[in-house]
Design a protein around this ligand. Structure first.
Ligand SMILES: NC(=O)c1ccc[n+]([C@@H]2O[C@H](COP(=O)([O-])OP(=O)(O)OC[C@H]3O[C@@H](n4cnc5c(N)ncnc54)[C@H](O)[C@@H]3O)[C@@H](O)[C@H]2O)c1
Length: 312
């Protein structure tokens, strides 16, 4: 297969490319705005460009992918609040253009990254795909719009497609600066010999999914003999998550064990807007393309911690 990965120089994208390239021809389109050239596998075809560039169709046609995995995005909630227009352009309009370019270039399947942010405040835990959606920030709104635009472009074309709503992804190469994920921030702090801060009482939960499991989900879906449009409920969208809640205190305890730091983390007041509980049900991904998250959090955290010690 020839697989084009937009955002292939980023955290999830570069982990995906490194795995796919063992069996497939891989192309990357990335503007290196938050991704890094040193993340790019030397055997991958790379075009450094903005997905909003008017030459996008030509670049995608040049690589001629069978499959497209669209991960390029403005991925920060904070940035989406600062500059909602840019967030909308990259995430909503950018997804429409990638989908259109993929169809014109003859790709037969497109998987596009979405987010738990499309749901807003969770009404049940774990949330199924057809749960009520009321995003609470511009990022969640642009990702929800991207899902519709993907369908609008690809449903009439002979292209199979789906949006993958990732929960809280963690693992090697995650950027801890800016917003990062709580695990990357904790690991970076531990790697420099500091003591991480937990905002809130530590009992808040998240659905932390290891990047290796996300790579496995995308790979299973790329190869699946079934159409991704098959799943019932929530349209062609899939939660990519563990379906389990883990408290921030549990993460902290695991990381202290993995890093050998005995000092307890410090606690500070909860931040406004942080939800208490969150998890996504990944049952549909299991039913349609036989994927479920396999990597125990202890193992994922140990691997992540080790990476930050070596590279942080
Ligand atoms: N990390 C998570 O926990 C998480 C959770 C839910 C959804 N997602 C989604 O997964 C995808 C990948 O996220 P990530 O965590 O790897 O983020 P990332 O910032 O590491 O990766 C995004 C990549 O896209 C590139 N990019 C950004 N804007 C671009 C543009 N206009 N044109 C071309 N390239 C552009 C960046 O340079 C970067 O390499 C994103 O769509 C994000 O919204 C991530």
């Amino acid at each position: 297969m020839r697989v084009l990965v937009t955002g292939g120089a980023g955290f999830i994208g570069s982990n995906l490319v490194n795995s796919l390239i063992q069996q497939h021809e891989v192309g990357i389109i990335d503007d290196l705005s938050t991704g890094h050239r040193q993340n790019v596998h030397p055997d991958a075809w790379l075009r450094v460009m903005d997905i909003l560039d008017s030459n996008l169709d030509d670049a995608v046609a040049e690589f001629a992918p069978d499959r497209v995995v669209h991960l390029a995005a403005q991925a920060s909630v904070g940035e989406s609040i600062k500059d909602p227009q840019r967030d909308w352009s990259v995430n909503a309009e950018g997804t429409r253009r990638v989908a259109s370019a993929a169809a014109k270039a003859g790709a037969t399947r497109v998987i596009s990254a979405s987010s738990a942010a499309v749901y807003g405040e969770p009404v049940v835990v774990p949330l199924p795909e057809d749960a009520h959606k009321e995003p609470v920030n511009p990022y969640g709104r642009s990702k929800l719009a991207a899902e519709s635009l993907l369908a609008q472009e690809l449903a009439p074309a002979d292209v199979d497609f789906a949006s993958f709503r990732f929960s809280n992804v963690y693992g090697p190469r995650q950027d801890w600066r800016g917003e990062g994920g709580v695990i990357a921030i904790f690991c970076a702090k531990l790697a420099e010999g500091g003591v991480p801060t937990i905002y809130g009482d530590g009992s808040q939960t998240r659905d932390f999914v290891f990047v290796g499991d996300v790579v496995a989900a995308i790979t299973a879906a790329l190869k699946s003999g079934r159409s991704l449009r098959d799943g019932n409920g929530g349209g062609p969208a899939y939660n990519v998550a563990t379906s389990r809640e883990t408290t921030v205190d549990e993460v902290a305890a695991c990381l202290r064990g993995a890093s050998g730091h005995s000092e307890p983390f410090v606690y500070a007041a909860a931040r406004a807007g942080d939800v208490d509980r969150s998890a996504l049900s990944a049952q549909k991904a299991l039913d349609v393309f036989a994927w479920d998250a396999r990597i125990p959090i202890e193992r994922g955290l140990a691997e992540t911690c080790e990476w930050f010690v070596q590279n942080g």
